[in-house]
Write a protein of this length. Structure first.
Ligand code: N01
Length: 516
């Protein structure tokens, strides 16, 4: 007897974080129940489930860091802690009856486009299925990156990444000597978060960050009551916060004058917080503000002042069984810094998501191979030529340094929902972004980005690829992103008709004629 055919679903959503949950809610709102939502972890929540290190919190005001359709009047602080955001996302998923549809412990292993059948053949850790459309909602912060340091694998204490922190890690660091590698957004939250619990923190800095005060505070109970009673008040507050942040993009990323004002503010803050000139010099950046993500904190510099915290700026050369070894810049001599635990606050793989290895296009090539060859690019951060009916949420050039990613997610989910509706209403088997539209879109993005602080500010950052192109950030405001995503634009897509016999051949022909 032959095996029964794999089950089919119209839309397979991969990843149950803010993006995947928003997509499922959107489909449900449109009356579409023909979807599945798979999640590789044993709980939903995405990056807000994973980043549970002490001190983890949002660096965008909570009033803005929530779905527009699900306001939350009861945030405890202006900048909500990780647990509250995770709890919020789960509560929204429950309210919209998405939670019980999340298929946890189900990892996408391979999704291959079958051109003849015009569908995705998907293998997960729990079996096979086919899908008409694939929505990849795995985000930019799913896969942590570990530093390539000689000997790190031979360290005899625990080595942990900030995005893999567990309650057990809390116990491991108690009263111990902790080496923290990295001084990005995660590290500057983690160090104040653990400093009272550990014996010693050696903080290894490769590049000093620009830090501005955060201005965090509890949300007064009267304000919570007012938001609850008059939701319009919270909407108005959200609009103001959003507008202020939007204003920083043209002025900050593209104008050196405002950058100088911000640098003066950050320099003054550092002078006040770090009176010791040696420590202050170590913590002073040598590139323009905004080139890397600007960090906000009320307690990072305070933590650096603690006697139990040592800011190490000499480069790490290796790790031994019980120490981190640096080379003194002045003398060239090696210095051993004994450690019990190493915490890598070394970020993620936003430009090289491992899932791109697993998505195989019409010509049999993994998406990662296309991106290695041509550079990371997608049409509107969403669709890629050669990968019909693949839609990404938080794809290339959709990241933000200045505002809430939830705004981006909602706009992109709206666009994808329209694409899916287009397929249903026209009866098309598939749509595929054309090469010409994709490169016109990306050439314009790169033209705008080339004069931005991210490329001209004198730093290297994970926003940039090996060719120095910023393939990570959206160059404008969230308003302009919303405008770009407002309407699905079928005329720039190639439509694949349901009858495959002739169109498969012409599809192959069309691809081989593509400009790059
Ligand atoms: O990671 P990062 P992150 N040896 O890549 C250093 C989001 N986020 O986890 O600058 C020594 O920014 C590296 O040094 P350098 C947010 O989008 C949001 O902190 O490359 N050091 C850098 O200092 C953020 O942008 C919130 O020279 C090494 C650090 O590690 C993103 O997550 C909170 C090294 C990595 O910084 C990532 O932030 C937290 C090596 N071999 C995070 N390799 C919110 O509140 C790397 N480094 C919303």
């Amino acid at each position: 007897m032959s095996a029964p055919p794999a089950p089919h679903v119209r839309t397979l959503i991969v990843g149950a974080g803010f993006a995947g949950v928003a997509m499922a809610i959107r489909l449900r709102a449109a009356g579409d129940e023909d979807w599945r939502l798979i999640e590789r972890a044993s709980a939903m929540g995405g990056t807000w489930r994973d980043n549970a290190y002490p001190g983890a919190a949002c660096d965008v005001q909570s009033v803005l860091y929530s779905y527009s359709f699900a306001p939350q009047p009861r945030w405890s602080r202006r900048y909500a802690p990780q647990q509250e955001i995770d709890g919020y996302l789960v509560s929204v998923a429950r309210r919209y009856a998405i939670l019980n549809r999340v298929e946890t412990d189900t990892e996408l292993r391979r999704a291959a486009w079958d051109d003849a059948a015009a569908l995705w053949r998907v293998t997960t850790s729990r079996g096979e299925l086919t899908a008409t459309t694939l929505v990849v909602a795995t985000g930019a912060l799913a896969d942590p990156t570990m530093p390539a340091i000689q000997g790190l694998d031979r360290f005899e204490g625990a080595v942990v990444h900030t995005a893999r922190w567990t309650p057990e890690t809390d116990r491991l660091v108690q009263g111990r000597r902790v080496a923290v590698i990295g001084t990005g957004a995660s590290a500057i939250q983690l160090v104040p978060g653990i400093v009272d619990e550990v014996a010693q923190v050696d903080l290894y800095q490769r590049t000093a960050p620009w830090v501005l005060p955060r201005g965090d505070a509890p949300v007064p109970t009267a304000l919570v009551a007012a938001y609850t009673r008059f939701p319009a008040l919270q909407r108005a507050h959200r609009a103001v916060v959003r507008s202020v942040r939007e204003g920083t993009v043209p002025l900050f990323a593209y104008s050196s004058r405002l950058g100088r004002v911000a640098e003066a503010r950050a320099n003054a803050y550092r002078r006040t917080e770090l009176p010791d000139p040696v420590l202050r010099a170590k913590a002073t950046p040598d590139y323009r503000i905004g080139c890397k993500r600007v960090l906000i904190s009320d307690d990072y510099y305070q933590a650096l002042r603690r006697r139990s915290v040592d800011l190490v700026t000499d480069p790490i050369v290796s790790v031994t069984a019980g120490a981190v070894v640096t080379r003194e810049v002045a003398t060239g001599s090696l210095v051993e810094h004994p450690a019990d635990v190493i915490v890598c606050a070394t970020g993620f793989l936003p430009m090289r998501p491992p899932i791109a290895e697993r998505i195989v296009g019409a010509d049999g090539a993994p998406l990662a191979q296309r991106w290695d060859r041509d550079g990371v690019a997608a049409y509107k951060g969403t669709a890629v030529p050669g990968y019909p009916n693949l839609f990404m949420v938080v794809g290339p050039n959709t990241g933000l340094g200045h505002s809430s990613m939830i705004l981006i997610i909602e706009a992109q989910v709206g666009y994808v929902a329209q694409a899916l509706r287009h397929l249903q209403t026209t009866g098309a088997a598939a749509v595929e972004a054309t090469e010409s539209a994709t490169w016109a879109w990306n050439d314009e993005l790169q033209r705008r980005l080339s004069r931005s602080i991210w490329l001209t500010g004198g730093c290297s950052s994970w926003y940039l690829d090996a060719h120095g192109r910023n393939v990570t950030l959206w160059p404008g405001t969230t308003w302009s992103f919303e405008r770009a995503m407002a309407r699905f634009d079928p005329h720039v897509y190639r439509t694949i008709a349901p009858s495959r016999a002739s169109s498969s051949a012409s599809a192959t022909q069309a691809r081989s004629n593509s400009p790059r």
